[in-house]
Design a protein around this ligand. Sequence first.
Ligand SMILES: Cc1cc2nc3c(=O)[nH]c(=O)nc-3n(C[C@H](O)[C@H](O)[C@H](O)COP(=O)(O)OP(=O)(O)OC[C@H]3O[C@@H](n4cnc5c(N)ncnc54)[C@H](O)[C@@H]3O)c2cc1C
Length: 580
Amino acid sequence: MAIDEIVDGLSEVSCDVLVIGGGTAGPMAALKAKLKNPKANVVLLEKANVKRSGAISMGMDGLNNAVIPGYATPEQYTKEITIANDGIVDQKAVYKYAQNCYGIIEELDSFGIRFLKNENGDYAVKKVHHIGTYVLPMPNGETVKKALYRQLRRARILISNRYMATRLLTSSDGRVAGAISVNTRTAEMLVIKAKAVILCMGAAGRLGLPTSGYMFGTYENAANSGDGYAMAYHAGAKLANLECFQINPLIKDYNGPACAYVAGPFGAYTANNEGRRFIECDYWSGQMMLEFFNELQSGKGPVFLQLKHLHDKTIEEIEQTLHKVERPTRGLFQQGRGVDYRHESIEMHISEIGFCSGHSASGVFVDDFARTTVPGLYAAGDMASVPHNYMLGAFTNGSVAGIDAMEFADNHDFAEFDAADVAAERERVMAPTRREDGIPPNQIEYKTRRLVNDYLQPPKVTRKYELGARRLAEVRQDAEQRMIARNAHELLRALEAQSILDCADMAVHASLFREESRWGLYHLRTDFPDKDNENWFCHTLLGKRDGKMVSEKRAVEPYIVPIAEEEKDLYDKQRIAVGA
Ligand SMILES: Cc1cc2nc3c(=O)[nH]c(=O)nc-3n(C[C@H](O)[C@H](O)[C@H](O)COP(=O)(O)OP(=O)(O)OC[C@H]3O[C@@H](n4cnc5c(N)ncnc54)[C@H](O)[C@@H]3O)c2cc1C
């Protein structure tokens, strides 16, 4: 049998807790669930291979948001993230993360993941954020995935690689009942009944097209095609603040950061084509991205990461991390371009758009126990709504989700689902394989993402969004009626293309709903150019009602860490005045 020949089969298994997505949050969720109840069955389902999947597949340069005693307190961190995210934060979840993350760092350390320490053996944290000090470098961060995988094997977690989850199953009273998945090598379908399900499928990273022109040259791990967002939506979960897009400053034509988080503490900085600093702080926020965008528009672009003023030895040390840990291709890329940081600054650009709470705030709505609005369904990591979460947030909230989900599973039996839902999903999934001729998935995906760039990339213009919605509906018609999949691999791509379309529709809907501008470039609406705290100091929740997309407002929970009036707009004051 050819490796990706289509096999029309369906089987069913069951477990207590099903974790979908084996990148960062997923392994930790599975581990913690299993440790909570070693007798229970925990399944970790992954589209790729857990050994090398997700955003941290090759390693990570550091923890961007470590709250380490002696450097920062949970209160300071909660305040910083509240201000960085323009006030739209349910602080309880952020505060809980800030309280728990130090314990997780110690645990990761005990797994063999190495963090930078000073001569006294204390963690050596660096300042990158606007106010506080939270960045903990990982000079040996290439080992992170390996160390994590060892723990999964030790705890005897059942790992199902090469299974792409496509839809969640729910009972008539709205509880989660399991998930449906497809083998990416054979196209056989697998139904997994579960008492609780944890979604850890990462960001929606294949929404826009990257400037490099490569469809898979995205900032995010390219397997993260927004399936988690789409699945949560179709299962009736609410999604928060999707209009708060992820947009990052990247190396031009390369799918990685420049990276001021690594090089900044050594003295590097973001500069315009005159070599001048124009932003005070290199920590990624919507306002920082707006200043970046303004500089590009002003004729003072391109924007660069400037290192050439640094000593040779310092640059060598920076290269040791930047070229070896998180993106080992980076050195080769710069070499290919003939760029030596000693002589030339690194050209940067604005990334494609996506959804991601890890860097921004767009995610499936969760509370401080990682619970979504569907009973028994949890979400953690980049696809859950806790803002500016990053890798440590994925680990920490993955841990919270794992423990709470196992408690839920211990106290509930399996929920019943309707067999007709499985049959309907089987029809949807297999439809592209049953056509003789038609449009291949890569063309559907390319067209969707080109439209996303044409119509949805901020600044957001109402008229463009309305036209974009119409064009996307035409692509959807093509996808539903004419897309073909000639082997199992193409079927995976066809399913991903449908998730991307769902995410594009959600991006339009959420953006048109919030009639103001907020989060700098992330939600800059030319028709509503000002921030409107009177009407829009709230979350927006997007959901599905009677088969239709709807949005509603949700009040921001009262702060547990108060923010003084004069502190609220600290992140708005990023621009360095000319002559300063
Ligand atoms: C280039 C880059 C650099 C970064 N640098 C840093 C840094 O230096 N410091 C820091 O703190 N943070 C950094 N981050 C952020 C951090 O890596 C992420 O926030 C974190 O890893 C997200 O974890 P996650 O589990 O949500 O997603 P991921 O780790 O991406 O895992 C998602 C997993 O879900 C799987 N999946 C997706 N869809 C399906 C499906 N349908 N069925 C089954 N499985 C599926 C994917 O294959 C993947 O394995 C960086 C991110 C990127 C992309």
